[in-house]
Design a protein around this ligand. Sequence first.
Ligand SMILES: Cc1cc2nc3c(=O)[nH]c(=O)nc-3n(C[C@H](O)[C@H](O)[C@H](O)COP(=O)(O)OP(=O)(O)OC[C@H]3O[C@@H](n4cnc5c(N)ncnc54)[C@H](O)[C@@H]3O)c2cc1C
Length: 435
Amino acid sequence: MNTTPDALIIGSGIIGTALAFEMAKKGYHTLNIDKLPASGYGSTSNSCAIIRFSYSTWEGVAMAYEGLHFWKDWEAYLEVKDPRGMALFHQTGILMMKDRGPHFEKVLKLYKELGVPYEVWNQQQILEVAPFLNFKSYWPVRRPDDPLFDQISDDTITTALWNPDGGYINDPQLSTHNLQVAAEAKGSQFIFDQKVIQILQANGSVTGVELEGGSRINAPIVINVAGPHSNIINQMAGVTSDMNVKTRALRHEVHHVPSPPDFNFGEKGKIMSDSDIGCYYRPSQGNSILIGSEDPECDRKEWIDDPDDYNRDVTDAQWHAQVLRLAKRIENLGIPNRNRGVVDLYDVADDWIPIYDRSDLNGFYMAIGTSGNQFKNAPIAAYLMTELIHACENGTNHDADPVQIKAPYTGKLLNSGFYSRKREINTNSSFSVKG
Ligand SMILES: Cc1cc2nc3c(=O)[nH]c(=O)nc-3n(C[C@H](O)[C@H](O)[C@H](O)COP(=O)(O)OP(=O)(O)OC[C@H]3O[C@@H](n4cnc5c(N)ncnc54)[C@H](O)[C@@H]3O)c2cc1C
């Protein structure tokens, strides 16, 4: 191993490996350090890996729509073929049901402004792709132990926003490995089973890291891409005092149920976002449906102090909440006796918008706070971070004069200051996974 890389990247999830690839293309010799045995074994491994554009801010939509283009031509972007195989983008399209909340109108307006392709569908059009749906409204979202759980409201769902470009990546861990292989082909290095326990610094600048076991690696740039451990790494570096937005880990469950009879959702299903029942769902392997939460207000948030110590088992309470909510929309949904799903952590920023930024320790950067919604953005976020790091290392005062990035595919101008650690809490955010 070369012990004097240009940059150390703490974490080899989807964001850390994408950053290695983008920085390598810019000429940096990077070394990723991960405490787990392989890339993509952290929270990325349990990502639903949905690629959608329905964010509440101009920047959120612009980033996600730009991000699509990297996935659409994945092999060409990476310039390599991974011997393990390449992750696949299933372009199913996405239907977002119109509920009583403000999100639908916000997204529609932003799609128009940004030129994101969409159609507004009526019930008949919705039924053509999802014949198993009913259009009763159950607003507001409730928990099954609420006596009003089954109560139907006066509304019906009349409209959905169809976006033909959305989809999902079949294997988030493999996509991370693809990025690792692409980065290695450009000279990046990776070490695994190595835990960073200290950020080394002298005279206001970072100088490297110390690993468990005592060895030290020096570098003039260190980047925190530690996912749900991001706050621990920032505390180690002592950089939290000038941050107006901070991060913390949030436990989340995702569940699997079989398709309804007579409809192979695994093969024909679209991605569905349905805030009226507080869920999103998408096709999954073996003719099944994967159900995720849209963070309805009635669900207590499980903030986790120690991301190495939390309950990794699906709970009956959350299983019932999600599958019974979906059973309202799909009345002939079969619900298995035994729960099935995965549990992992989001790294949530105070306003559910990531922090892609420098810190007040020279040479120490962070790509964190991905808030359950940045898998799709990994390549474009890595591109933005690389430009930001490069500018800062060459004298730009990014805090005073934020770096502007021209998006390589759509040509939109992305203001990286939007992701500043010093920003005011963004009140346009949905304060949920919707971003
Ligand atoms: C259940 C779930 C569903 C999701 N669904 C979607 C979705 O549909 N669409 C979407 O766009 N996004 C989604 N996301 C969000 C997305 O998956 C994350 O934003 C993304 O995977 C975060 O990647 P990361 O590289 O930042 O973090 P991680 O993948 O967690 O990687 C961080 C790495 O840092 C390492 N690390 C931590 N501390 C140390 C240390 N001290 N020393 C060395 N290594 C360290 C860890 O081992 C880990 O491998 C979802 C997330 C979850 C949990």
